[in-house]
Structures are given as C-alpha cells and as structure tokens.
Design a binder for this molecule. Structure first.
Ligand code: ADP
Ligand code: MG
Length: 371
C-alpha cells in the first residue's frame, strides 16, 4: 500500500510563479511542497537495444490549482514522456524513473500502482493529441463519457447519461440530447476534440493535462477550444498543463511557461518573462517560428537550424550548443560544461552560459527587431 494522498491540503497558495527553492544541486532531502503539483528532478530513462534513452533528465516545475503551465519544445524533447510520468503511466514498464512527483501533498513516483490508478481517473485527466485514439469507434460518444464518469461516481446509467448530455452541452455541442447517441465517426474533427474534452472533464479533474490538443485543428477551432478550456478552468478551478510545440498558443493561455530541450528545462518563468523577455537562444528560435492566433497566420517564419539531438547520445556541455548561433561567445564552455538552470532575476530561470546582461542585450538588439 502506498502513502495516502490527500488532494485537498488545507494550505494552498494562489500565486502564479513562485520559485524560491533551489532547483538544482541540493543533496539534503526536502520537505513536502506546498504547491498543488510539484515535479522535482524527474528523470525517465528507457533502456533500448541502441542504448539508454534519456527522455527526461532532471526536470523540475510546479503548478497551483486554477493555473496553467505551458510546456513547450520541439518534437522529441520529452514533453509527452513527462506527462505520462505525472499520470503514473510508466509504472510496470521498463522505464527507469527518478525524482519526485508531488500532487496534492502525496508523492506519486514511489506510490503503489493501485494508488496511482485510483488518482489518475478521478483527480487527473489527459487530453490526447489524437481524439480518435481516446474515443472507441464502436460505442456512442455519450456512453463513453457516461462510463468515464461512472468509473469514479457510483451513479445509475441514467444519471451517467444525463451527465454526458450536460458535458456535451458545456463544450458547445449543439442539440446535445440528440448528439449524445452519435458514434465518433458522426462527429466532425472539432466536435470529436470537444467530446474528448467533455470526457476528460466529466469528473471535474483537479489536474488536466492537454497534450497538443489543438495540433490537428484549424486556427479558428483551436481558439474556440482554448476559450472553452479557460471557461471550464474558471468554473472547476483545475490546474492545467498545456503541452505544445507552439509558444504562441501557450502565450495566450498559460500563466507560466517551461521550455524543454533534450529532456531538460532550459527556460522557465511567467509568460511575461518567457514570451516577452526570453533569454535562451533556443526560446528565441521557437519564438520566431510561432503561430500568431491574433493574425491567423500559421506559416513557420524562421525554423531553428539543425535537428533536435539524439537522446541516446546527448551532445556534451549544453545540449543546444551544436545549433546555437551564440556558442562562440561562451569561450568553449558551451561544448564542455552543462549550464545550470539559474535564476536570471525574480525567478526567471535560464540554462545558458551567456551572462544575463549579454542575453538581454542580444535579445533587444538582434532578436526582438525581427520577430
Ligand atoms: N517507450 C519508449 N522507449 C524508448 N524511447 C522512448 C519511449 N517513449 C518515448 N521515447 C523517446 O523519448 C523521447 C521523448 O519523447 P516524447 O516525450 O514523446 O517527446 P515529445 O516532446 O515530442 O512529446 C523521444 O526521443 C522518444 O523517441
Ligand atoms: Mg508528444
């Protein structure tokens, strides 16, 4: 039996981005956090025939209820593996897990499989990238939402169905009392996405993880889905982790942003810090390839040169150094020394060898003018 997990701690702070803890280098055991969700030094490694895949390597962040954290990074940076770790979905697999995941005062990495399974449906929900993978083609949309609800709420079939109609209505499906009996293929792509959100929200999860929920949708539907999630968050007070490769999407939606590269956090702070005053050269690259929802413009402006690294042979020093245009300014440290995720002021954390003044100057003089 794992530790009992209390999801309703009496003390809860409501501040947005609070980072007074030292995120790296501390060896002494630390007390349980007060944040609703706190990930500490998480690592997820996969042994494979080709070598050890370091998918997530020393990742730390925190999130309060009612707040949204955007996790951003190119494909293969470890975003989905991180969310699966928070949901306990690596348990019983060959994945090697390290670090701590604290949710509502309980620690999940060391908790039993049963404990995590119980928590997963009731308190956590995940919206997957592909709605078809979450909705079964042989059952009506309504019956699937009702089942998701009834797993954790001992109510009659009739009450389950009523809940399904209510949730379909909440996510903006017209005539929900009729559409509740449709099969997934009778829904459009945007409606399936809404139905999946309805299913995820049917038991008022305290933590909602949305893994690239809008990638396949056109820009107008994307904006509608984001509005909807914001409304539901206001009502239910859920904590949301929004995963995307697109900084523009989270800038509209999140309170804090964590930028990942090769399994590590490389920039972390409020939207104001990371989107408007970014200091990491990788974040600059992401920014210049951003989707502007306001301008309905979707073309990639300036993709970052080069490809994300192999997570089996991660480059020495700073993992981004082979692609970094400013690497020559580090005097060789870029390729020899792993930079720490250090506070650049007011809890804005940046993992870069360049000095903060140097980064701020480059951003203002060279990057900002071309965005
Ligand atoms: N079960 C697994 N076994 C081996 N490697 C994996 C496994 N799951 C994910 N990976 C690898 O981990 C890395 C991070 O994957 P992922 O978290 O899915 O990236 P993304 O940021 O695109 O969501 C990728 O290189 C991926 O190939
Ligand atoms: Mg992914």
């Amino acid at each position: 039996m794992g530790p009992t997990i209390d999801l309703h701690p009496s003390t809860s702070s409501t501040g947005s981005f609070v980072s007074t803890t030292v995120l790296e280098g501390g060896a002494a055991p630390r007390p349980a956090p007060t944040a609703f969700l706190e990930v500490r030094d998480l690592s997820v490694h996969f042994p494979t025939d080709d070598g050890l895949v370091r998918a997530v390597d020393g990742l730390s962040f925190q999130l309060e209820k009612g707040k949204t954290l955007g996790i951003v990074g190119e494909s293969g940076s470890g975003k989905s593996v991180t969310s699966l770790a928070i949901l306990g979905l690596h348990k019983g697999t060959r994945a090697q897990l390290g670090g701590e995941v604290w949710l509502g005062g309980g620690e999940l990495i060391a908790a039993s499989k049963e404990e995590v399974r119980r928590l997963r449906g009731q308190e956590m929900a995940m919206i997957f990238q592909d709605p078809l993978s979450a909705l079964h083609p042989y059952f009506t949309v309504g019956s699937q939402i009702a089942e998701a609800y009834r797993i954790h709420n001992k109510v009659s079939r009739k009450a389950g169905r009523a809940r399904a109609v209510e949730m379909l209505d909440r996510v903006g499906i017209p005539t929900p009392d009729k559409r509740v009996d449709d099969y997934p293929h009778q829904f459009s792509g945007g409606m399936r996405q809404r139905a999946m959100i309805a299913m995820s929200l049917s038991c008022n999860p305290e933590l909602l993880i949305a893994d690239e929920p809008t990638t396949a949708l056109d820009v107008t539907v994307q904006a509608q889905i984001l509005d909807l999630m914001r409304d539901l968050q206001k009502e239910f007070g859920s904590a949301i982790i929004m995963i995307t490769h697109d900084l523009g999407v989270v800038a509209e939606f999140a309170d804090d942003i964590l930028v990942m590269y090769a399994g590590k956090g490389i920039e972390y702070g409020t939207v104001g810090d990371v989107f408007y005053r970014p200091e990491h050269p990788y974040t600059w690259g992401l920014l210049s390839s951003v989707t502007r929802l306001d301008r309905l413009r979707q073309e990639r402006l300036k993709p970052i040169a080069g490809a994300p690294p192999s997570l089996i042979n991660v480059p020495s020093g700073c993992a981004f150094h082979p692609r970094c245009p400013y690497e020559p300014l580090t005097g060789g440290r870029g390729s020899s020394e792993v930079p720490l995720l250090a506070d650049a002021g007011n809890g804005h954390l940046v993992r870069c060898h360049l000095a903060p003044e140097q980064r701020q100057q480059i951003f203002l003089e060279q990057v900002k003018p071309i965005l």
